[in-house]
Write a protein that binds this ligand. Structure first.
Ligand SMILES: O=C(O)CCC(=O)C(=O)O
Ligand SMILES: [Fe+2]
Length: 292
């Protein structure tokens, strides 16, 4: 594993991010993601885009239950399979800024691993510390095979549960990781004890609505506690290498009739694509033929 980031971004990616980042700022952000674990890019979406996402998510949340355990958050609302709920999430999922980071680190065959909204209600407590790629079960430290984006749809701050990150934690080894995340956290409904929640070195991702944080999937992080009187909503599209199994089975989560109407890049991210030389084929052919 290389500790320092040297790879030069492609000119296509430099161009793609230019509405939000100068070339120099992009290089710094790539280095921050690779070496430190994360980078925040402020004010990427405008107010009307943010409001449109909030509106559609609120309509769905009104009809869905709160989280089932301390990981989902018993005072939180999560929605999965967002592309099946509204096609507008394609714009967020294939946003040129997020794609530039995902493709730079994971290659152009990267896939959408997960895409969920997380709305923390007032009174929500801290989530257990975790990484977003632990389901792949390759021991840390390892190269990057996941990139998570966190889009703020509300201003996130230290009171309302801004995501907390442990910089450089992708370099942790066995003893630093041991016991942090337990299988019990996925069934337990009681709040975590002080030992499980403590950490002094955490940084809180404070972002104005419309901003995005890009994080390598092996950085330890968690949703914060919401001590405010308002909800805190984010959407997190997560990308994985083309050889990895996505966390959500996207090809089932989004029916082919719906997928057929999405932009080509979103279709590819869902799995209508090949990881060279032929991983992902259907009946010996390119999977996109299923949509024709
Ligand atoms: O709610 C948050 O801020 C982070 C949630 C998260 O990291 C996750 O559920 O994977
Ligand atoms: Fe996470």
């Amino acid at each position: 594993m290389t500790a320092i980031h040297h790879a030069t971004p492609s000119s296509e990616h430099v161009q793609a991010v230019s509405p939000w980042l100068t070339q120099e700022a992009f290089l710094t952000a790539l280095r921050d993601v690779h070496d430190c674990g994360y980078a925040v890019i402020k004010n990427v979406m405008n107010e009307s885009e943010v409001e449109a996402y909030r509106k559609v998510l609120h309509a769905h949340m009104d009809q869905s239950p709160t989280g089932r355990n301390v990981f989902e958050g018993t005072r939180s609302h999560r929605l999965y399979a967002l592309l099946a709920k509204s096609p507008m999430f394609a714009d967020m999922i294939q946003h040129p800024l997020a794609m530039a980071f995902a493709e730079h680190f994971l290659g152009s065959s990267c896939l959408l691993s997960a895409c969920l909204s997380i709305n923390l209600h007032p009174g929500e407590t801290e989530q257990p510390w975790h990484t977003d790629d632990s389901h792949i079960s390759i021991p840390q430290p390892h190269d990057i095979f996941g990139i998570s984006a966190f889009w703020a749809l509300d201003d996130t701050d230290e009171h309302n549960g801004a995501t907390e990150i442990l910089p450089f934690s992708h370099r942790w080894t066995g003893s630093e990781i041991e016991g942090r995340l337990n299988d019990a956290h996925f069934s337990q409904r009681d709040d975590l004890d002080a030992k499980a929640t403590q950490n002094s070195a955490a940084v809180k991702a404070q972002m104005p609505a419309g901003s995005v944080m890009i994080m390598r999937g092996d950085t330890w992080h968690r949703g914060g506690a919401n001590h405010s009187e308002q909800d805190r909503m984010i959407v997190t599209p997560q990308y994985c290498a083309g050889w990895a199994r996505p966390l959500e089975t996207m090809l089932l989560a989004v029916p082919p009739e719906k997928a057929a109407n999405f932009p080509k890049r979103t279709q590819e991210l869902l799995g209508y694509s090949i990881h060279t030389p032929f991983m992902g084929y259907v009946d010996g052919m390119h999977p996109s033929r299923v949509l024709q």
